[in-house]
Design a protein. Sequence first.
Length: 107
Amino acid sequence: MKDLLGLMSKAKEMQAKMQAMQEEMVAMEATGQSGGGLVSVTLSGKFDIKSIKIDPSLVKEGEGEILEDLILAAHNDAKAKIEQAIQQKTQEMTAGLPLPPGMKLPF
C-alpha cells in the first residue's frame, strides 16, 4: 500500500511537471539557418513559423528553386533544434522514473 501511495504522488508530481513543460514548449523558439546564414527561419515550440529572413542577394529572377530549398533547409534546422530541446527537457523531467525503454513523452 505504501508503494501505491508513493506511485500516486509521483504521478501527480509528473503531471504537474508535464503541464509546466508544455507551457515552456509553447513559449520556446528556435532559429534555423541555411545557405551560410543567408536564410533563417524562426519556429515556435508548436512548430509555427514566427519569421523568415532572406538575404536580398538571393532574390534574383530564375533562382526561385534555390531559395525554396534554402527556406526548407532552414525550417528543418529550426525544427530539429526544437525537437532536441523537447527531448532534453523530457529526459530531465523523467529522470529516475521507472518508465519502459523507448517510451516517448509527451504522448
